[in-house]
Design a binder for this molecule. Structure first.
Ligand SMILES: *Cc1c(COP(=O)(O)O)cnc(C)c1O
Length: 386
């Protein structure tokens, strides 16, 4: 009997937590109502569940429930934030600032806006993946309407200084959007102390169901104007039409509540597992850590193996380990990761990289197994390639 692959791809997605699934189940059949149906019990039950979930999600980030807009995930939330702000504020200016290491769900909407005549500045990052606040300050102009900088990177786990970025933006009356898909439930987030105006969330990176997310949109000091990107029934105060997916929303709220409640203990546990994995692999030599050594997600370890072919290494670890080389989005193609190249890595070294994404189900025993497998695979490949 073969055991299932060890899952170390938690940045791509996560399994739904049993507690989350249990919270969701009644809303598929027993309490199946449309939250917008205001004339009967079925609608009221669903509406009550959505209201409760909205409250839970808002309080996890220090927001007001009216500031939460449910979406189909972080991709849609990023599109609504960036294109929505651009469309509603172009009379004030058409300049947007973002960074080179963003997810394609931020980069592509920016590129789309550039094709419509907006101007986009892509700030570089240093070798550790962090932005330079002075460079950010220097990039801001009178016609800058939006700064979009992610909280936690999906490939290298790097945490940007979002409170400082938010302060800079607010001092200049520029909206600050952050893609927090990888950050929610893993690092503390507070829209007030971190001066965040818009924040994208998704459920499936934190043990919630796929296909659902939210956008936080500030309503006071300043009130952020966004233009809807989906038009229809006028749900979500007209900001995003479409029948609310109540089971998904209930699940996302439960996932976020659990993530926040267990954040401290889980961060400590994952940090120690990640250190163990790194310490077991590093003695091989020719191994470099991508991303800042401490300013990073606890569950992320991104390593480059000089002189090796990352895909060959990945294949020699299959089917025992499930993980990615580069980002999940680019792992189907042989193109090197734009994030790793932004750190200054050559194409070859970027292609010789593995992303270990540890998570809630990861055990110490699994880490020992994977470490041993990586060590022997690397040794074998090095013998064969010389
Ligand atoms: C996964 C991810 C997204 C996309 O989220 P979906 O909910 O899958 O659309 C966006 N940004 C980051 C940083 C991500 O990790």
């Amino acid at each position: 009997m073969t055991s299932p692959p060890i899952y170390l791809d938690h940045h791509a997605t996560t399994p739904v937590d049993d507690r989350v699934l249990a919270a969701m189940l009644p809303y598929f059949n027993e309490r199946f109502g449309n939250p917008a149906s205001s004339s009967h019990l079925y609608g009221w039950e669903a509406e009550e569940a959505v209201t409760q979930a909205r409250q839970t999600i808002a309080s996890a980030i220090g927001a007001d429930p009216t500031e939460i807009v449910f979406t189909s995930g972080a991709t849609e939330a990023n599109n609504l934030a960036i294109k929505g702000v651009a469309e509603a504020n172009m009379a004030r200016g058409k300049h947007i600032v973002t960074i080179c290491t963003e997810h394609s769900a931020v980069l592509d909407p920016c590129e789309y806006l550039a094709s419509l005549g907006f101007e986009v500045t892509y700030l570089p990052v240093d070798r550790d993946g962090l932005i330079d606040l002075d460079k950010l300050a220097a990039s801001l102009r009178d016609d800058t309407i939006l700064v979009s900088i992610m909280a936690a990177n999906n490939e290298i786990g790097v945490l940007q200084p979002i409170a400082e970025i938010g302060q800079l933006c607010h001092d200049r009356d520029i909206y600050f959007h952050t893609d927090a898909a990888q950050a929610i439930g893993k690092i503390p987030l507070d829209v007030t102390t971190q001066h965040i105006d818009l924040m994208s969330l998704t459920a499936h990176k934190i043990y919630g169901p796929k296909g659902g997310g939210a956008l936080y949109v500030r309503r006071r000091d300043p009130r952020v104007a966004i233009a809807a990107q989906l038009h229809g029934g006028g749900q979500e105060r007209g900001r995003r039409s479409g029948t609310l997916y109540a089971p998904q929303i209930v699940g996302m709220a439960e996932a976020i509540a659990i993530g926040v409640a267990e954040m401290e203990a889980e961060t400590a546990r994952l940090s120690s597992l990640r250190s163990r994995l790194f310490e077991a692999i590093e003695p091989l030599g020719g191994v470099t850590l991508n991303g800042h050594p401490t300013q990073r997600l606890a569950g992320n370890l991104n390593l480059s193996f000089a002189g090796l072919n990352g895909n060959r290494l990945l294949r020699s670890l299959q089917p025992m380990v499930a993980l990615s080389s580069g980002s999940a989005c680019s792992s189907a193609t042989a193109k090197s990761s734009h994030v790793l190249r932004s750190l200054g890595l050559s194409d070859d070294l970027a292609l010789a990289s593995l992303r270990f994404g540890l998570g809630r189900s990861t055990t110490a025993e699994q880490i020992e197994t994977v470490a041993a497998a990586v060590v022997s695979a690397v040794k074998e490949l090095r013998v064969n390639e010389h």
